[in-house]
Structure formats: C-alpha cells, structure tokens
Write a protein that binds this ligand. Structure first.
Ligand code: GLP
Length: 233
C-alpha cells in the first residue's frame, strides 16, 4: 500500500483525476465507483474534462460500489440519483451498472451483480472512500474478507454519519470485500480530519473489524490523502 500525501481536498481530487484520465486514455477500462462527499470534486473535474473534449469514456464501463435497499433511482438520496446527477448523465461511459435496491429478490440481484462484473472481465480500477469506522463501500466492521456482493444491515455509526444526507434506509447492497480485492488497482481517497481515525485504524492490524485494513494485502493500492486525514502519521 503506497500513501501519497497531498495538500488538501482539491489536490486529492486532481491527483485522482490525473490517474483516472491516464488509465482511460490507455485502454478500455472497467471501473468501480464510490459515492459520498469525498469524490464529488473528482466527478465534476472528470465531467469538465469531458465537456472540453479532452477525454472520451466510450470504452469505460462503471460499476457502483453500493446502493441503498428500497430507494428508487428517482429518489435524490439514492446512489443511482447521485451518480446520474454528478457523473453519468454528463459523460459517454459505454455501460454503467448500479445495484438495484428495489429488486424483489435481493439475493438474486447480488449474485447477478457479481456475474455482471465477471462477464465484463473484472474491475481494473476501483476508487474508494472510507467511512469513519473503516468501512469500504458498505462493508461494515466484521464483514468477511472473502465476501462478495451482498445485502448489509448498516451500523448505527454509519447511519449517523450518513444522516447528513437525510434519513437513509438501514440496508444496502454492497460489493463485498472479496469483490473489491479482485480489482487490479485500487485508489482510496481521504480528506479532512474526520478521516484521520479511520486511516490510522486502517494502517494498523489487518482485521475484519477494520474492513479497510485488508487493503494492506493488495498488491496495487494507493492512498491519496491530505495532511489532515494523515495527521496521526
Ligand atoms: C458511504 C459510502 C462509502 C463512502 C463513505 C464515506 O458509506 N457507502 O462508499 O466511502 O460513505 O463517505 P464520505 O465520502 O461522504 O465521507
């Protein structure tokens, strides 16, 4: 795991943008994408670059990390809505997949999602944020490192943390930790002092109690974080 320290949120976003643009220009790319406040500026930078004709996403396929159970794509709190508004509707990605939190049979939806990832050839580049308790995607503390896409009951910590976006369902579909660890390259973004504790835990013992700690075992994982997020280092 390599750590790149940057000055602030803007430089974190710029650094991530540069890496993504390089990958997109080099080859067809299957990406895993996060939501949350961390990647917001990154998405707007990528959209700007596309609008200026500097990048073409026509050979890019995206898979979202997660989605709430029970929210329709029209619901502004859903990750479908987030992704469409901030990124997908503005660019020309060839295919974008987001778990269907409205599916009648959620177990089947999870299995289908894994199959779609497999069918597309696996994730080349996963962009991740991190939750205050060390969660990645919606894999809460205690989730098996072997897990694949599954339905999760969100912890009280996560519900509280995400309540700033409004009242959220307490279940979600998330790519598993095993799914994420199969990505060829992983970039985790973190900015601000509210991430400092999570980053410290993540660099500590590798344990299922700290989901992000598994990333220490990945052969190509880069953390891009600002000084505030890295203040305990
Ligand atoms: C949610 C998402 C995660 C994200 C986390 C942190 O729980 N499921 O993928 O990393 O929030 O969000 P933020 O970037 O808003 O701090």
């Amino acid at each position: 795991m390599r750590i790149t320290e940057v000055a602030n949120y803007t430089s974190m976003s710029e650094k991530a943008e540069k890496i993504i643009l390089r990958e997109v220009r080099e080859r067809p790319l299957i990406m895993a994408l996060p939501t949350g406040s961390t990647p917001e500026m990154l998405y707007s930078m990528l959209v700007e670059e596309y609008k200026r004709g500097k990048v073409n996403f026509s050979e890019v396929v995206t898979f979202n990390l997660d989605e709430y159970v029970g929210l329709s794509p029209a619901n502004p709190n859903s990750y479908h809505y987030y992704m469409n508004e901030r990124f997908l509707k503005h660019v020309n990605v060839s295919e974008s997949y987001i778990p269907d939190g409205m599916a009648q049979d959620l177990e089947k939806e999870c299995a289908d999602y894994e199959n779609k990832i497999k069918r597309e050839g696996g994730i080349d580049l996963a962009i991740l944020g991190i939750g205050g308790n060390g969660h990645i995607a919606f894999n809460e503390p205690g989730t098996s490192f072997e897990s694949r896409t599954h339905v999760v009951k969100l912890s009280a910590d996560t519900l509280k943390e995400n309540s700033r976006f409004g009242e959220m369902p307490n279940r979600a579909i998330t790519m598993g930790i095993g799914t994420l660890m199969c990505a060829r390259k992983i970039i985790l973004l973190a900015s601000g002092k509210k991430k400092a504790r999570a980053l410290k835990m993540m660099m500590g013992a590798i344990t299922e109690e700290v989901p992000a700690s598994v990333l220490q075992k990945h052969s190509d994982c880069k953390i891009i974080a600002d000084g505030e997020a890295l203040r305990f280092f």
